[in-house]
Design a protein around this ligand. Structure first.
Ligand code: ADP
Ligand code: MG
Length: 311
């Protein structure tokens, strides 16, 4: 007999001990209860992943559990918030116990790494759809917004650019000599939680790279009413991504491909000296609107758009 909704929740999602001091009440009642320490604000984000839109039908459930949580923790990181707890809404076409066990393992292993409590959720039947709401704490007034970049600020990013995009190309049939690192970056993104926390009070604006650098940085530019120039030669491209560009001529890919989940942020030149995290300076904020790329000593407008649903 298939598991009932309640025993499914019991079996797969209530194993975890409550570990975060902000959690007053976890799974089991009509609501969870959180306490917010004096001097902090609650940062809240939601991300949904839909089968055949965000992941392939044959996706490894453990990696999916990891990625679903990772993309939500990445949003908290981009605000400079410390993750505290999450809720999980699952819509499942059927109860597949092996699938659920692997999914829960991927999800809860990452949660435990950051002392994030799973405090509730919902379980329904329907086309496979996975939704997380993540809650984090940020000192009052210290959240890293998209709207406060200033002309003259340096633009930085953590990690490397385009490896997840290369991973997707490999999944779609591109023949890469050393595919493993790129595939891992696509399948198993790591949220830049520590980097986000270290940027609080230093960065003027921040965003996580989920939809592609050009589009995501574009959000900072629009909301801050500024422009920017990126330096092609400074972009942190792995040897695999460089080989892909040499091979295909497709140099736009790293600028537009999503799923890297690195942080892109802006810092004033004075504050840049106080950066304590590894990051690469990739450009500069300018007062002239629009995004430009300086490549081979030529400055060209970058009008590339990132992935959008409904368009
Ligand atoms: P209600 O009918 O009040 O919404 P449910 O029967 O849906 O309650 O859920 C019972 C408890 O289990 C609640 O505390 C809810 O937050 C939690 N829960 C339900 N589904 C999940 C899930 N997928 N993951 C974690 N907690 C869940
Ligand atoms: Mg419910």
């Amino acid at each position: 007999m298939p598991l009932s909704e309640f025993s499914l929740i019991q079996r797969f999602f209530t194993k975890q001990q409550i570990t975060n001091p902000s959690t007053r009440l976890g799974i089991g009642d009509d609501c969870a209860l959180l306490s917010i320490p004096e001097g902090f604000e609650l940062a809240i984000t939601t991300d949904t992943m839909v089968e055949n839109v965000h992941f392939f039908a044959d996706a490894d459930p453990e990696l999916l559990g990891h990625k679903l949580l990772a993309v939500n923790l990445s949003d908290l990181a981009a605000m400079g918030a410390k993750p505290v707890s999450v809720t999980l809404a699952l819509t499942l076409p059927k109860v597949d116990e092996n699938w659920l066990a692997a999914f829960a393992s991927g999800f809860l292993t990452l949660a435990e790494r950051y002392s994030v409590d799973l405090i509730g959720g919902d379980t329904t039947s329907g086309p496979l759809t996975l939704t997380v709401q993540a809650l984090g704490l940020v000192p009052k007034g210290r959240a890293l917004l998209r709207s406060s970049a200033n002309p003259g600020d340096f633009i930085y990013m953590t990690g490397a650019l385009g490896d997840a995009g290369l991973g997707l190309k490999i999944k779609q049939g591109y023949n890469c000599e050393h595919p493993q690192a790129a595939l891992t970056r696509f399948n198993r993104p790591e949220p830049q939680v520590e980097a986000g926390l270290a940027l609080s009070g230093i960065a003027t604006a921040c965003i996580d790279l989920s939809d592609g650098l050009a589009g995501d940085l574009g959000h900072i530019l629009q909301q801050s009413r500024v422009g920017a120039c990126l330096d092609w030669d400074a972009l942190p491209l792995s040897t695999a991504v460089q080989a892909y560009i040499n091979d295909t001529g497709d140099w736009v890919m790293p600028l537009t491909a999503g799923d890297d989940y690195e942080l892109c942020f802006t810092v004033s030149p004075e504050q840049a000296k106080h950066l304590t995290i590894p990051a690469t300076k990739i450009g500069i904020i300018e007062s002239q609107a629009g995004l430009r790329l300086c490549k081979s000593s030529v400055i060209q407008p970058l009008e590339v758009k990132s992935f959008e649903h409904f368009s």
